[in-house]
Every structure is written in C-alpha cells, then in structure tokens.
Design a protein. Sequence first.
Length: 108
Amino acid sequence: MKEIKAFMHRNRVGDVLRALRESGMCQRYCCLSVTDVHGTLAALDNQEKSFSTELGAEVITEAKLELVLEDNEVEAAVEIIRANARTGQPLAGWIFITDVGTAVPIRD
C-alpha cells in the first residue's frame, strides 16, 4: 500500500475529488482526507495571500489531500491529481508518495 499526499490550491481540490470518484477509484472503500494547511505556493491572486507571524512569510491556505491506495492504483491516482490540480502556473503543488507498512481497520 502507498500513501499519497498532495498539496494544491484550495480551488482545485473539488475537481480532483470529482475526478477520483468518476474514475471509480473512490467509489468503494477509500481512505481519503482533505485538510486546509498554510503553505508557500505562489498565490493565484492577492486575496489568497496572508502573512504568517509564525513563519515570518507570506503564505496561502492550501489543501492537503491524503489518500491511501493499493500499489497498482497509485500511478493512475497521481495522473488524475496532476491533471486536475493544474492552475496554469509553473508550480501548482506537490505530490508525495510513501510506503504504508501496516494498515489496521477500526471495527466494532
């Protein structure tokens, strides 16, 4: 199993999730979460920018998508994310892929 972490502009996450669902990847069981995080991607406009006193820099609120998949699904998921998270900027985000050693379900 692999975990994909994708950092992208918030306005792209809806299209990414829709494309993952339409691909059938997240129709059955799907370990997926989306979290707002502060990051340093280039802002699409001035309204997206804010100043972080903790970081001492301008930041934007980005979306972090976390998705756990079987190894054979990772390449397709990465391509879906890349195709749907684009903004027209040279750098619209990052995708990280790591191995999952163990997954334990929580049950009754």
